[in-house]
Design a protein around this ligand. Structure first.
Ligand SMILES: C=C(O[C@@H]1C=C(C(=O)O)C=C[C@H]1O)C(=O)O
Length: 108
């Protein structure tokens, strides 16, 4: 029994660790894409938060989650958390705050 536990837990935890790494890498990629969108919004004077688009993406999260038996409430909250952080990152870029070694160009 002890051997079954040791082998089993190691196998599944390794699987979880690998999946977590991939999720974080993908999340970082998503934020990178949003940074490009922020630059575009800045140049084109568009607002950070685009409610219609956010609603559409949230619906997609819930739909995709449902296909994998994941709770709708969980999927909504997951997207809302990601959306909030995405908007925070975008807002920083649009405000042109200190980033990547560049100093602020607009007085606070
Ligand atoms: C990334 C964007 O900016 C915001 C963030 C979104 C997201 O993280 O899914 C969706 C809409 C916007 O509120 C966008 O406009 O596409």
């Amino acid at each position: 029994m002890q051997e079954e536990w040791t082998t089993g837990i190691h196998t599944y935890r390794s699987e979880i660790d690998g999946i977590d790494q991939q999720m974080i890498d993908y999340l970082a990629k998503r934020f990178e894409a949003a940074k490009h969108i922020a630059e575009l919004k800045k140049r084109c004077e568009q607002p950070v938060v685009q409610a219609d688009r956010a609603k559409e993406v949230e619906r997609r999260y819930v739909k995709r989650g449902t296909e994998h038996q994941l709770g709708a409430n969980f999927m909504s909250r997951l997207y809302q958390l990601i959306h909030e952080e995405t908007c925070r990152i975008e807002a920083e870029i649009i405000k042109d705050e200190v980033r990547e070694g560049h100093s602020r160009t607009v007085a606070p």
